[in-house]
Design a protein around this ligand. Structure first.
Ligand SMILES: [Fe+2]
Ligand SMILES: [Fe+2]
Length: 149
């Protein structure tokens, strides 16, 4: 039997943008349920994953569009490609193809850390910069020297 990667939620996966971190924790929880599911549970859990991913990706796509995140096209394309695979495998599973579903679960678990590290983290960083408006932080020393003057 080949070794299976397991995704466990921990602080290393936190990207510092709370709504995104919540989505990612939810993803990791659903992935863990899928990995340990009996065959009979797969249709219901895969559907829950598909619902989750549609919401997860729609949120991120919207954040990218509303903040004009410069490299958004490749990130949005990757979301669309994942959703397409999930929809295809959902149909295969409905025809009784358990193996296709198991392969998809492994692929999702292997895909997520790289996506989060390379694409989602850049978006989280960009949004936190937007939140502070690019304005310099007031330095206390300057305030004090002005007060002294
Ligand atoms: Fe994400
Ligand atoms: Fe993403």
């Amino acid at each position: 039997m080949s070794e299976t990667t397991t995704l466990i939620w921990d602080d290393q996966l936190l990207l510092g943008h709370a709504p995104m971190d919540e989505l990612h924790e939810e993803f990791v929880g659903l992935a863990a349920q899928l990995q340990t599911a009996q065959d009979a549970q797969l249709p219901q859990l895969l559907e829950a994953m598909e619902v989750h991913l549609k919401h997860h990706f729609a949120e991120e796509d919207q954040w990218m569009n509303t903040t004009s995140f410069p490299p958004r096209d490749c990130h949005i394309d990757e979301h669309a490609a994942v959703l397409k695979s999930v929809a295809e495998v959902r149909d295969l599973l409905n025809q009784g193809n358990i193996d296709a579903c198991r392969r998809l679960i492994t692929a999702l678990v292997e895909w997520f850390p790289g996506h989060a590290t390379h694409l989602d983290s850049a978006l989280a960083h960009w949004m936190s910069k937007q939140r502070f408006g690019g304005k310099p932080v007031v330095i206390k020393r300057n305030i004090l020297s002005q007060a002294d003057a």
